[in-house]
Design a protein around this ligand. Structure first.
Ligand code: ADP
Ligand code: MG
Length: 687
């Protein structure tokens, strides 16, 4: 249960002073529903006002608070603003301008001859000094705003003043909490306690950076604790040692037309070493697109089958699941293994028969989407789970899957998204890491070009298709504007059909029905379509070696890691492949240099580092899809600075400081709840 000391913070915003249902809805737009969310809602800048008696040129551009006396109302025309000429205590004139206000309003609010306290930014307008839509208060009226005022991200209906009030009330609910950070770390960094740091972060004063550092560290510590708890929990369970006999793997290797790369051999050694231990494997396999992960996954699965158990391969989408199933079936043709596919789409008798066979152990390898871990799906004896494109799944989902078997299975996760090390620790910190850092020989590098000339690209495509080539044409899909983007793909497909011939062009996007989408992909894979127009549904895994031209439209709208993934769809055969990045006419400097980087390098890790710097972690990892919250405080730079420290700290706590039962451990439990590290919290509950 959540420690009672945190209850005031987890109260709904409706419990705060003056918050009615309308305000609840407004706050919800900012994803604020509890006092905690307000306390974590940080200002982005601060207004620093100067209190003065007189204005002059030197103050232009500054926010000021100044007593002024209205001398004349100038109602203006229907289109021009209301203008009030006012004078300061030294006789200097200042125009106050208001949009959408009437002369009547001015007479009540700014009666002539009555000095008012005027708050706003001093500007120059022609020869005159002016303040546009200032705030006007009575000299002896309500307390003026503070000279330093933090500015919060707002939404319609909530003023900054109101937000400040709400935040202040929420901050009043932050209790003094026992320290969870290692004392030596606190001392070295000179950090203030959590509650003080949070308040200081809102004040935007000199020490704000140190406060933010501490908060980021807290967040990373919670993250690392949760991951280490998951790891400890998984590894504490008794799994089963699975040793291969070579019965299946040897004939597979003999049937391959090429040899494994050194990197493939190395990671296979790491994986089989793990599987030969009773402690369940928890390993992440990273390898750039085309590095040959699928084969490594298959060898691991065959090893599990040789040892008398079943294996499951989990893919993030149906398309990928189907493709994996087809690839594995082809690779394992002639071997005595049964490989089946289960997706959410399978219904009725066929599904029941399949489930019965699975439960009876008549299926060796099951491939599918998350459907393969539903309640109704029972394995005879699941020894290994392989998760493809791991970054699409969150820690909570990974936990779920580990609970599926009676004896905890070994888990091998694979990802083609090269993840900078610091980020890998925050996301996959509970796993050991393996890397395939070498591509199969004989691959030609993909030639990447950037162009704004649509006509040239379309003509180039036509020539490519006439020559018998196949190509992808990708249109952007950005969250929230899906309709528009889907239309973009649809329109583009229609255009290309006219240009290249109706039967030559297929369309695949996320809103199509699964079977329709699959049919199009299958037609493309079989060479019946020359061009596949698609949204990012083809981003991961799709493998059509004969497609050697990739066109990405509005390339500047994609993340770099995403572009790299998309580009990885070509260059999969021995033919020379080209990737054309079709950009918009007007590009920012950053957009230009991003596309330039794509042209210059094929190195996924370099691209990932750069993407992390430019766009933040959520984008790279597609965490929005997996539903896992990004960090509140730990920006990429702070992740880099502090994650290793936080990991050491967390490990020290769990290994040496008496785990979560000692004094610091109790404090750390509060930390886990405070930052809602669900995975870790779930374990606290059950253990
Ligand atoms: P990834 O999943 O890492 O993107 P794949 O497993 O799809 O890469 O492999 C890409 C292609 O390379 C596949 O067609 C696969 O059969 C082939 N391949 C894998 N390993 C080798 C190897 N050692 N030598 C040559 N080709 C290989
Ligand atoms: Mg793959």
């Amino acid at each position: 249960m959540r420690p009672a000391i945190l209850n005031p913070l987890f109260a709904e915003v409706a419990a705060l002073k003056g918050v009615g249902s309308a305000q609840v809805r407004q706050l919800a737009r900012l994803k604020i529903s509890r006092a905690l969310d307000l306390a974590f809602h940080l200002p982005t800048m601060v207004i620093d006002r100067l209190a003065v008696d007189r204005v002059d040129e030197s103050l232009v551009g500054r926010p000021i608070v100044v007593p002024l006396t209205p001398a004349r109302h100038d109602r203006g025309g229907p289109r021009s603003p209301l203008r009030v000429a006012a004078v300061d205590r030294g006789g200097q004139w200042v125009d106050l301008t208001f949009f959408g206000q009437t002369a009547n309003w001015a007479q009540t609010k700014l009666p002539i001859g009555v000095e008012k306290r005027v708050i706003g930014k001093l500007d120059r307008y022609g020869q005159k000094l002016q303040i546009a839509h200032p705030e006007v208060l009575a000299m002896d009226g309500p307390t003026p705003p503070p000279l330093r005022e933090p500015v919060y991200p707002l939404t319609e209906g909530i003023t900054n003043r109101r937000m400040s009030q709400l935040v202040a009330e929420a901050l009043g609910r932050v209790p003094a909490l026992a320290e969870w950070i290692e004392p030596s770390v606190i001392e070295r960094q000179g950090w203030a306690p959590f509650a003080d740091s949070l308040k200081a972060a809102h004040r935007m004063e000199g020490a704000r950076n140190a406060s933010l550092d501490r908060l980021a560290y807290d967040e990373l510590l919670a993250n690392q604790l949760a991951l280490l708890l998951v790891r400890a929990d998984t590894r504490a369970r008794r799994g089963r040692a699975l040793a291969g006999t070579g019965r299946l793997v040897q004939p597979l290797m003999a049937s391959l037309p090429w040899a494994l790369t050194n990197a493939q051999n190395r990671v296979i050694g790491e994986i089989s070493g793990d599987m030969a231990q009773a402690q369940p494997m928890l390993r992440l396999l990273q390898g750039d697109v085309g590095s040959g992960k699928t084969l490594v996954g298959l060898i691991a699965m065959l090893t599990a089958v040789e040892a008398g158990t079943q294996a499951a391969l989990l893919a993030p989408t149906e398309i990928l699941a189907r493709q994996h199933h087809a690839t594995l079936t082809k690779l394992a043709a002639g071997l005595p293994v049964r490989i089946e596919l289960l997706t959410g789409r399978d219904k009725g008798k066929a599904r029941e028969a399949l489930l019965a066979d699975l439960a009876a152990g008549r299926i060796d390898i099951l491939v599918g989407t998350h459907a393969i871990f539903q309640e109704a799906v029972e394995y005879h004896d699941l020894g290994l789970v392989v998760v493809d494109e791991q970054h699409r799944f969150g820690v909570a989902q990974r936990l779920l899957l580990a609970n599926k078997a009676r004896v905890p299975p070994h888990v091998l996760a694979m990802t083609a998204t090269p993840i900078p090390r610091s980020l890998a620790l925050t996301r996959f910190g509970e796993m050991d890491q393996s890397q395939i850092d070498e591509r199969p020989p004989g691959r030609q590098p993909i030639e990447t070009r950037v162009t704004a000339r649509f006509e040239d690209v379309a003509a180039g495509l036509a020539r490519h298709v006439e020559g018998g080539g196949q190509a992808y044409w990708v249109c952007p899909l950005v969250d929230g504007t899906e309709d528009e983007d889907e239309a973009a793909a649809t329109t583009r497909a229609a255009f290309l059909k006219v240009r290249l011939g109706e039967g030559k062009v297929g369309l695949a996007h996320g809103k199509m029905k699964g079977p329709d989408k699959d049919a199009v992909m299958a037609d493309f894979a079989a060479g019946r379509l020359a061009v596949l127009v698609a949204t990012t549904v083809i981003e991961v895994g799709v493998d059509v070696p004969n497609a050697t031209l990739m066109i990405i439209e509005a390339a500047e709208r994609f993340g770099l890691a995403q572009l790299h993934q998309l580009r990885g769809r070509v260059g999969r055969g021995s033919g020379h492949s080209v990737c054309l990045l079709l950009r918009g006419e007007e590009l920012s400097e950053t957009a230009r240099s991003r596309l330039k980087l794509m042209r210059e390098t094929n190195d996924g890790f370099r691209i990932a580092e750069e993407d992390l710097r430019l766009r933040g972690a959520g984008e790279i990892l597609g965490t929005r899809q997996s539903g896992e919250e990004a960090f509140h405080f730990a920006d990429p730079e702070r992740v880099q600075t502090y994650v290793t420290m936080a990991r050491d700290d967390a490990r020290l706590l769990l290994d040496r400081d008496g785990g979560l039962d000692g004094a610091r451990g109790q404090a750390a439990r509060v930390l886990l709840y405070l930052f809602e590290r669900d995975a870790g919290v779930a374990l606290l509950r059950s253990g």
